[in-house]
Design a protein around this ligand. Structure first.
Ligand SMILES: *[C@@H]1O[C@H](CO)[C@@H](O)[C@H](O)[C@H]1NC(C)=O
Length: 685
């Protein structure tokens, strides 16, 4: 772990040399790589069988803890282990000292109060890998360090994209299994920059796979000169190094037969027991008595699960709605149900059942030393879905929406918002067009606003279908049976464990060859002098334009800035990006700038604020992130420096280059030596 002491901020001489010299230190890693390759071939020849590929899986937490990502990754780990991968597990949120833990028992002393795996939970196929505490985000650089520590052959990530910082190219094949929370991937989003880094992208819905392809499979837009006569690398090599990720649609694993079996078992139990009784029975904990709606009371003549009410119309809203912006759209769904309900003449046989997974359950599951409710909940959850006549799941956005597919898997139609994954996965039921888009301050993505009137109409239509089914209408019965059959065929061919495993095996192979192609491009570039163009895009002005360029660096400059040696600056930028020395790539570079009278632009105004004429070069992905909250160049420069200082990731380019001038008279109030100010003030902002 690098510490952010002040030494790091001192300007260092640039590693940049004369433009014809090959990059320093580059030949060593290439030679090593060649040796490693030879060794691998030798081992393979000895044993007939190629060595197992060492695959690291990275997700939110450990496999037995509560959460869809953990559960999906665990299922996938079993499938890929059976397909001959050597499985390693890295947890994002659990701090475990660096080291290899071959068993749960070896890992356990480091887990504090964390809940134990349930008896029989399969973990023998997993080796756990420690990860030191990070103050901050999961950067590509930190993942590269883990790779040098543990030497895995490939990494598979299941996380929201916002967790990953694309600070440098990955030094191993990386596949990301990603939910996309927007309809398109915009060049001005951090997601775009993160997605570009992966070698393979497994997108959780067909429409988002399309959106990701549209963004990352476009040729990179770099302003590069085709014919450089000084022997520096060609645009073709740069394009090869940037590469094109393989993008596949790979859903979460859903075993339809298993969910149906759970639902049937749950319904059986709910006939004689209330949900609270079942909870208590299966967890061996005392029952918590609460006021119960009598429609949920087992044995009560009015129970929804008994004989008397079995033909009543039940609309179910189910899940955890824990996002502050009501991402699941329960507000609008409840309004829609209310409109439908109040429009009815006879309301006596119509019910709204809201089954919320309380947040205390997930935290209890993770941290107390008791059996998790994992044995109870799935049965009740599935049974409610099966009893329901409609699952109402009209969210503002979904990356996947497990509930939508699971409801249909037990034969219950769904009502969704026709936006992102929900539109893709609504096969029995209605997907309602959204009303308009909304943006919630502080939330990364815009979302679709569900349409109350449209949802109300959809409930009405499904209510009419329900009545037709219950009175034995042949057309309705045949149509529903056909819909269910088609859905199950689709589910089996698309989401079954084997279908998902097969797609991952193919994608891992494709990602590995993409990684090799990018490395080849990178080595081609590193074997000559750095390219003399394409590294940066220059912006000026009081307010900055919204990012729509692919250049990896952006120069933020005062009006009138004139770059004297652009080729040298491009080379320095490429050098820092490709980082052949293996140090962490800086996020911000300070470019020495003079006024037309030869005096140096200072770093600060006398009041301590960053100087308006200071020229900084920042990683473009950083700009996309800052642009969510600011527009002034001044604020950008201050924030970029602040972030970079915090991460120990700022460097100043040596003023031995005559790099840039601001073509105007200097501001006489702020004369001073650039270097002295920079190194003594440490950019404390
Ligand atoms: C969602 O909207 C698109 C575009 O209007 C339409 O083609 C598609 O059929 C709709 N999906 C569903 C499930 O209704």
């Amino acid at each position: 772990m690098k510490h952010n002491n002040h030494k790091n901020y001192k300007p260092r001489p640039p590693p940049f040399l004369a433009s014809t010299a090959p990059w320093s230190l580059l030949t060593i890693p290439i030679l090593l790589l060649a040796l490693v390759a030879t060794a691998a071939v030798a081992v393979a020849a000895d044993n007939d069988k190629p060595p197992k590929r060492k695959l690291a899986l990275l997700t939110a937490s450990l496999p037995w803890t509560f959460g869809p990502y953990q559960s999906q990754m665990h299922q996938l780990s079993l499938l890929l282990h059976a397909a001959d991968y050597d499985i390693h597990w890295i947890s994002l949120h659990d701090t475990v000292p660096l080291g290899t833990y071959p068993t749960y028992d070896a890992l356990r002393p480091h887990l504090g109060d964390m809940i134990r795996p349930p008896p029989g939970f399969p973990l023998n196929h997993i080796t756990f890998l420690g990860r030191p505490p990070d103050q901050g985000k999961l950067t590509a650089g930190r993942l590269n360090s883990l790779q040098s520590e543990y030497r895995f052959d490939a990494l598979l990530i299941l996380l929201d994209l916002s967790h990953v910082v694309p600070d440098e190219p990955f030094q191993m094949p990386v596949v990301a299994w990603v939910p996309l929370h927007s309809e398109t991937v915009s060049y001005s989003s951090v997601d775009y920059w993160v997605l570009r880094q992966f070698h393979g992208v497994a997108s959780l819905a067909p429409s988002s796979a399309m959106a990701i392809r549209n963004a990352v499979q476009q040729e990179i837009r770099l302003d590069m000169e085709e014919d450089d006569d000084d022997g520096s690398s060609t645009p073709a090599a740069v394009r090869e190094m940037v590469g094109t990720a393989h993008v596949e649609f790979i859903p979460h694993i859903i075993d339809g037969g298993y969910i149906s079996a759970l639902a049937d078992a749950g319904l059986e139990l709910l006939r004689d027991h209330s949900a609270a009784e079942m909870d208590s029975k299966l967890t061996h904990l005392p029952m918590v008595h609460r006021g119960q709606e009598r429609t949920l009371e087992a044995g009560h003549p009015l129970s929804l699960f008994g004989e008397v009410r079995k033909e009543d119309f039940v609309v179910l809203i189910q899940g955890g709605n824990y996002d502050v912006e009501d991402r699941k759209g329960w507000d609008t769904s409840i309004q829609a149900f209310a409109r439908f309900y109040h429009s009815l003449h006879d309301k006596s046989r119509v019910h709204l059942l809201i089954h919320a997974i309380e947040s205390y359950i997930s935290s209890m599951d993770r941290f107390s030393d008791i059996d998790p409710p994992a044995s109870v909940m799935p049965r009740v959850v599935a049974a409610y879905k099966k009893r329901a006549d409609v699952c109402l799941h009209a969210s503002k956005v979904e990356g996947f929406g497990m509930n939508v597919i699971e409801c249909q898997a037990v034969g219950t139609p769904v009502i969704t918002t026709n936006y992102t994954a929900m539109g893709d996965y609504t096969k029995i039921g209605r997907s309602v067009p959204h009303r308009q888009m909304i943006r919630s301050p502080g939330h990364l993505y815009e979302m679709a606003l569900p349409d109350v009137a449209g949802i109300k109409d959809a409930i009405q239509q499904l209510y009419d279908e329900h009545l037709a089914l219950k009175r034995g209408d042949e057309t309705a019965l045949t149509r529903r049976a056909l819909e269910i059959r088609n859905f199950n065929t689709w589910l089996e061919s698309t989401c079954s464990p084997n279908a998902v495993r097969d797609k991952f095996q193919t994608l891992l192979i494709q990602a590995t060859s993409e990684y090799k192609a990018r490395s080849k491009g990178k080595h081609a570039i590193l074997s000559g002098p750095p390219p003399t163009s394409g590294a940066y895009h220059l912006v000026t002005g009081y307010h900055l334009p919204i990012v729509d360029w692919d250049a990896p660096w952006t120069i933020l400059a005062a009006d009138g800035l004139k770059i004297i040696d652009a080729r040298a600056i491009h080379q320095i930028c490429w050098m820092h990006l490709l980082n052949p020395g293996g140090n962490t790539s800086p996020m911000v570079l300070v470019l020495p700038t003079k006024y037309d009278d030869g005096t140096v632009v200072p770093t600060h105004h006398p009041d301590g604020n960053v100087h308006d004429d200071l020229t900084v070069i920042v990683r473009t992905f950083m700009m996309t992130s800052l642009q969510d909250t600011m527009t002034r160049r001044k604020s950008f420069v201050a924030s970029a420096i602040q972030h970079a200082v915090m991460m120990g990731s700022i460097q100043a380019i040596s003023d031995t280059f005559n790099t840039a001038i601001v073509e105007r008279k200097r501001d006489s109030a702020s004369v001073g030596s650039f270097w002295n100010q920079f190194s003594t003030q440490h950019v404390e902002l």
